[in-house]
Write a protein that binds this ligand. Sequence first.
Ligand code: SME
Length: 166
Amino acid sequence: MIIFVKKTRIKTMEKENKYRELLELVKSYIEGEKCEMSVLANAAALLHEAMAPRYFWTGFYVVNGEELLLGPFQGPAACYRIRLGRGVCGTAWKENRTLVVPDVEEFPGHIACSSLSRSEIVVPLCDRQGIVKAVLDIDSRELAAFDDTDAQWLEQIAAAIAETLY
Ligand code: SME
């Protein structure tokens, strides 16, 4: 039991160190660039590469009227449009909050872009008025791949990207 607890702590520390470096890396890449497509493309690439193979799909959906539109991503092809309140992405947008889904099959209305995806995290990107402009969506092939540590760090990364863009 003690060994298990220690291993879990070490894993969390390793993950935190990785995210700490990743946050600085993302900031350094996006600094001064205002093109949404370019910034989101590099952010998706940096996140996906740093966290491979834990991240199976890493990308952004961008708010366009009453829908989210597929933005820059890394991973298998995905659906183009998600309506407000639909799926994990549309729900995170509607509720303006991070959603951690340990098992996508347990999430009512989950949109399965790939049958290989088992768990998911979605983090909103907001402008200075707190309006959601895009969401960061990350999928894993593993069940329960994301926890509070992922949520906290990904929220910081999403906020840094949003501050640059919006
Ligand atoms: N699963 C998401 C759809 C996007 S894909 O995972 C890339 C959802 O339920 O909103």
